[in-house]
Design a binder for this molecule. Sequence first.
Ligand code: UD2
Length: 319
Amino acid sequence: MKNCNVIVTGAAGFIGSHTVDRLLKEGHTVIGVDNLSTGRLSNLAKAKANPRFHFVRADLMEPELMVRLCREHSVDSIIHLAGLVSVVEAQNKPTDNFTLNLHATHIVGEAARTAGVHRVVFASSAATYGDCPEMPLTEKAQSNPLSLYGSAKLASEKYLLGFRAYEMEVIFTRYFNVYGPRQDPKSPYSGVISIFSDRFSRGEAIQIFGDGRQTRDFISVFDVARANCLVATKEGAIQSGPMNICTGHSRQLNEMVGIFQDLFPNSPKPVKQPFRSGEILESCGDPSYAAHTIGFRSEITLEEGIRQLMGVREVFELV
Ligand code: UD2
């Protein structure tokens, strides 16, 4: 793999900062763009010590900025991770969702076209599938988004396809339920593992919505960062289109709670709550396409990922 120059938008965020770390570890040069509206500089503490990392605190909605950065750094690919990441917030603030999850996609695509960048990796989501009943979900499954967040991601995918006319490759990484260090546990709509890790470590009771038998495809952010790095820097062509970033393993919420309980045997009993409205009972991605196209397979089991998140030492060498 040659050394590439990669722009990461949303570089100071949860997935962004891990992606930056991975790219740097692989020897690439990284230009991280973030307006720090939700991202944190502390997430980039390690990256900032690396001479191959350039941080630009700016709003990517300024179109000239992205073009200038692409040209100045002879950028090979852009990983566009910036956006409004809370599904609930996107639903409550449709205009912000439109601006940050759809209009921003245009800015990035157009900057890439103007500056002649050949590959754009766009952070999409399993939310594009909505309540599709085909399990495991392949990229060919029907898209039936149930939220404005999901529809903005799907619309962005379709919009970017038009840039293929300029010989640009556009790949849409559809992340499943991502967890790991630096994920914010503070909102009630944060990812369940970040909420549970916070509660268990404080000795507080967790809440389980429903019977706990609902399943998710939980993937470690370290695996996601590795996948992003592979997509952005792979030599040779990659076919444009969606790509699931998932483990292919469907895990019940109760199993995941069991992993925490093994680590915290004296934790208070979980509090059962009714199912959340609009709850999806099953979610599992088919990882075959990513395996075939970029050689990506998840490596971190849920057990390892949770132990790592909770700071259990022996698994740290894994990443
Ligand atoms: C994602 C979105 C959510 C909503 C949903 C629509 C995130 C983090 N969440 O939810 O906002 O749009 O997709 O399908 O993007 N759970 C508990 N206790 C808790 C928190 C969660 O039992 O304190 C359950 C929850 O009911 C669900 C599972 O844990 O069954 C995973 O929840 P999640 O919010 O992490 O992810 P998901 O895919 O349900």
